[in-house]
Ligand binder design. Structure first.
Ligand code: NAD
Length: 275
């Protein structure tokens, strides 16, 4: 290719294409045709969307890519796959990324230790980017939370509040958990040691040094997160509110374009954003 020739668009396949996020990601890829090409749309074998053209599902008219359950073909035809499915599926997709030697972006949350181990195993052989939140704002917030936790110390109680729509399947959100990781890191401890149990009934006084978490589910809330540092006489609150999940779709496609051709490793959104 000459120095002036433009690179061909990156072939990106979507895993969970019929879901809320999958549809947003398909729309984003179709709208970025100079850089990205939609190469496959996969969903569950029992999905209502199987056999339908994703362009028709989005109300854009047919684009020639039908939703399929054929994962091997989707991996074979794509350079990068983006997964927004379920934890069990994400684990299987990590194994398929190894089998087909393809880059994989994972946005699915609620991952267990076993799911994370499968993802780390894949990252030993292919480039994998996993992030519970693909937005620029939340990734900046993570850096701020770590710094504030380190500065204020244990005299300030840390409480994390998160709110999401009524359909969300996991709690606390993956974002709330990585915010807790950042706060714990700022204090030089592990999240497992710092997390306080859910509150109900006779809880007694709040132990010092712990990180509390509370969860709201309802309506169509896209995603709110607030980390409060509560001291004696003052409270410092750091908040992020997502108002459109297209934000996460843009981040996921940006991550996929960035990941194509990278060496095998487990990357995060901070790598993409240069934070
Ligand atoms: P959703 O339920 O609307 O969509 C999930 C889709 O995955 C569905 O179409 C479902 O049929 C499909 N699916 C499930 N199991 C599958 C399998 N085995 N094989 C193929 N497809 C399968 O959910 P959503 O709101 O789109 O969210 C999906 C995931 O993304 C959740 O874990 C959510 O928390 C997470 N999420 C992450 C971010 C981020 O920035 N990282 C942002 C929003 C949502």
């Amino acid at each position: 290719m000459s120095a002036t020739a433009k690179a061909p668009p990156t072939a990106i396949g979507i895993l969970g294409a019929a879901g809320r996020m999958g549809q947003m990601i398909a729309r984003e890829i179709l709208g970025r045709s100079s850089e990205a090409r939609l190469s496959a749309c996969v969903d569950h074998a029992k999905s209502w969307a199987l056999g339908k053209d994703i362009g028709d599902i989005l109300g854009l008219g047919p684009c020639g890519i039908k939703v399929t359950a054929d994962k091997d073909a989707a991996f074979a035809n794509s350079e990068v796959l983006i997964d927004f499915t379920s934890p069990e599926a994400a684990k299987d997709h990590a194994a398929l990324a190894i089998k087909h030697h393809r880059a994989l972006v994972i946005g699915t949350t609620g991952l267990s230790a076993a799911d994370k181990a499968a993802i780390e195993a894949a990252a030993g052989e292919v480039p994998v980017l996993q992030s519970a939140n693909m937005s620029l704002g939340v990734n900046v917030l993570l850096t701020l939370v770590e710094r504030v936790a380190a500065t204020l110390g244990v005299d300030y109680d840390i409480e994390i509040f998160e709110a999401h729509h009524r359909h969300k399947a996991d709690a606390p959100s993956g974002t709330a958990l990585i915010l807790a990781d950042a706060a714990a890191k700022g204090r030089g401890i592990s999240r497992d040691k710092a997390m306080l149990p859910p509150r109900h009934g006779q809880t007694g006084a709040r132990p010092p040094g712990g990180i509390g978490m509370s969860v709201f589910r309802g309506g169509d809330v896209v995603g709110d997160h607030t980390v409060t540092f509560a001291g004696i006489g003052e409270r410092l609150e750091l908040s992020h509110r997502a108002s459109d999940r297209a934000l996460f779709a843009k981040g996921a496609v940006k991550a996929a374009l960035w990941l194509a051709g990278k060496p095998p490793k487990l990357y995060g959104m901070k790598d993409v954003l240069g934070l």
